[in-house]
Design a protein around this ligand. Sequence first.
Ligand SMILES: Cc1cc2nc3c(=O)[nH]c(=O)nc-3n(C[C@H](O)[C@H](O)[C@H](O)COP(=O)(O)OP(=O)(O)OC[C@H]3O[C@@H](n4cnc5c(N)ncnc54)[C@H](O)[C@@H]3O)c2cc1C
Length: 630
Amino acid sequence: MAVFGRQFDIIVAGAGHAGVEAALACARMGLSTLCLCLNLDSIALCACNPAIGGTSKGHLVREIDALGGEMGLAADETFIQMRMLNLSKGPAVHSLRAQIDKNRYHMRMKYALERQEGLTVAQDECERILVENGRVTGVRCAGGTEYGCRALVICAGVYLKSLIHIGEYSREQGPSGLARATGLSESLQELGFELRRFKTGTPPRVSRRSLDLSKMELQPGDEPIPHFSFLTDRLEREQKCCYLTYTNSETHSAILSNLDRSPMFSGRINAAPTRYCPSIEDKLVRFKDKERHQLFIEPEGEFTDEMYVQGFSTSLPRDVQQLALRTVPGLENCEIMRWGYAIEYDCIDPTELDPTLGSKRVAGLYFAGQINGSSGYEEAAAQGILAGINAALFVKNEAPFILRRSDAYIGVLADDLATKGTNEPYRMMTSRAEYRLVLRQDNADLRLTEAARRTGLISDARYDRLMYKKDELIRAKEALSAVAPPNATVNGLLISRGESPLVTGARLDRLLRRSTVSYTDLLRLFPELPDISEEAAFELETEAHYGGYIERENERIRRFEGQESVRLPADIDYSAISGLRIEARQKLSSLRPLNLGQASRISGVSPADIAVLLIKLKEMNEKRRGGEAE
Ligand SMILES: Cc1cc2nc3c(=O)[nH]c(=O)nc-3n(C[C@H](O)[C@H](O)[C@H](O)COP(=O)(O)OP(=O)(O)OC[C@H]3O[C@@H](n4cnc5c(N)ncnc54)[C@H](O)[C@@H]3O)c2cc1C
């Protein structure tokens, strides 16, 4: 018998990386919010690698922070090592990665939820979505409790009917030995959602004292220590090291000679695997000629002996895992504390969603995270904050908050999922972002914070910091319009940098365009220049050094946004547009894109179809105008 719990504005089912951001966003936007999860001790659980960020994922974390989210702040508070990746490459791919203390990260996020005004956190399993007249009205939990709501965000991650595999051993459970969720899958299917099976995997954890770290290469953190959040000033802490070792031919033969016992290769797992986080057995099959594979040995935290073997994700039987690992330099006597395993789980087809991550099937229903077919803490958290903001705006009856591909990596993520869909766990990569020189991690605040101000998520402190940085940039740009005389000092600097000396005066901003010249150099030569923050100086230098490329990218963005601004009527009958090819009619009718740009990215919709649509829209507008004139 159903027992009515309470009425909330919004319910968030799940407190993983997506659920935490969604719940905090809704409560901080002033709405009464309930956050449900299967086990409070697994809030923001890092079920896989003890790290936040990395290539392109660092961009997502910075964007979440710029929108007023929590992940960046939590990573800055619980990191044990920070490294800026890809510094040898251009700023478009510079990405921050934090090694974090998993347990402290969990506690930090749990406490953030518990302290958040307007947010109720409860351990309960959402089993049924309650819908009336096509609109969500609440949930029923295991045990029969019902809660009412005006919007619901499902962030159930890898728990829906999850099944883990370690060789021939399988078990119906969630990650890290936690219980799984069952009923929600049926409830989604009853609402008409098609569910797919995806799979991901994780490596074993070994005990540090059983390792010989002297046989490995040290991987220290960066000094000074970079940080994620635009609210963080300076980080000072003794950093932990990671260690690099390699597999070898012995490792490879131990694995390849037991491939038939790997559930992925024996056919026991019939789910789409993660192409970009492959298991070790997958890597050996796909890259046969590679003599060795890197393994990074990473501490899981400050007060634990557990070490994560990055690069050795596997679902091989226990005996094979141990046999193979003990062939690796430094792991000869390793003690495995947790076995690697694969997990398969239910997820939805994200083309069921629009770019707000709202369902096109049920009003007020949103989805975020792994349940949308993505993979990764950062991808989940990015979807969580976007879905949370939009669920709140839906309840407030305000215009949705859509991030376009030209605004943010989060925009690329949401658009890829909603428009193109995915047949395997989707992981963000810089190559997915067409405008990555503009979408750098260092300018996420300049790109997003002001736009997010209307959501109510941006605190005054964050806004003031942004305004201060903007003011720094304006003052410095003005001052850089001054002219540098071709004197010995200036030319001394240029020659020392292998640059051609000045013969006539040159504006300082033109000097800054020289890739070897920094703002600090100019400040030393021209102390009248404003002394600005490192972040602002980096922004100026990047804009100057890559000015031409950025301008060309902005030109492409202008064209892109032109197509994005051509809205498509929600009720247009694509099947009646004769010039469209049949495949295009079917795809457009099922996906119902919001604008011409989104339509052009649907696979199976050709440029010729877009031209036909443009003509149709023109006809419709003329007809409407004709009608209005009468
Ligand atoms: C074994 C394993 C290996 C992984 N490997 C990788 C990898 O290699 N690379 C990578 O990028 N990512 C990997 N991940 C993925 C990463 O952990 C997830 O992407 C991330 O945790 C997804 O976050 P989420 O918030 O969507 O879901 P989760 O973190 O899974 O959280 C889901 C939340 O929903 C709650 N919940 C579920 N069902 C219900 C319900 N019915 N009612 C109430 N609450 C519910 C749970 O209690 C939990 O709080 C791996 C994950 C696992 C488990």
